[in-house]
Design a protein. Structure first.
Ligand SMILES: [Zn+2]
Length: 200
């Protein structure tokens, strides 16, 4: 971000595949806001309780307290007066009203930082991320490393046998893969699931 807006809210989106470090980047920005003594509130979807029910947790085990919610509209009901920065993790798990919620917050002068998967396991745009990307002032797309060939990876390869669009999981269910190594159909893992993964 080269020019920081003044006296206005805005929307920042951090997107990418699984294991690209989206939550880590979200936490980095929110921590810096806290250090600047800004009032920060963080939300996450209730359905994502992989690591902790009330914290957002990066794969590198950085954590921040958050409010678990089911519907995007709950954000508007639950932000305390005086909130200056709102962080939202795993945005792809929210309904499409998240877009208008983020716009409402930004229009009220709040800095909104949203992290989420931009593609589903078939490589298709994962709503509501495409619309958020369209209305955001700042977009950061980060890449993982393809586990098969080492190229920059922007796809989440499903390695669990499920056709459900929402399958909450990590190394047991997905691998980061590049365009060349990605398949829109679930495939067997490229290595034993229990082996250590470099998720940096
Ligand atoms: Zn590859």
């Amino acid at each position: 971000m080269h020019l920081q807006p003044v006296d206005t809210g805005w929307i920042e989106v951090i997107c990418g595949s699984m294991f690209s470090g989206k939550t880590e980047e979200l936490i980095r920005r929110l921590r810096r806001a806290q250090i600047a003594r800004l009032n920060v509130v963080i939300f996450k979807p209730k359905l994502d309780d992989r690591y902790h029910a009330e914290q957002i947790v990066s794969h590198s085990d950085q954590r921040m307290e958050s409010i678990p919610i089911e519907q995007a509209a709950e954000v508007l009901d639950r932000i305390p007066k005086g909130t200056q920065v709102v962080g939202i993790d795993e945005a792809q798990f929210f309904d499409s009203s998240l877009v208008s919620v983020c716009e409402t917050l930004a229009n009220r002068g709040i800095r909104v930082i949203v992290a989420g998967l931009d593609q589903d396991f078939r490589g298709q745009p994962f709503e509501p991320m495409p619309k958020l990307l369209a209305v955001a002032e700042f977009i950061t797309k980060i890449l993982a490393i393809c586990v098969k060939c080492g190229n920059p990876a922007n796809r989440s390869q499903r390695i669990a046998k499920s056709e459900d669009r929402v399958l909450v999981g990590a190394t047991d269910a997905y691998e980061a893969r590049c365009r060349r190594c990605f398949s829109p159909e679930p495939v067997p893992p490229s290595r034993p699931v229990d082996s250590p993964v470099d998720e940096s």
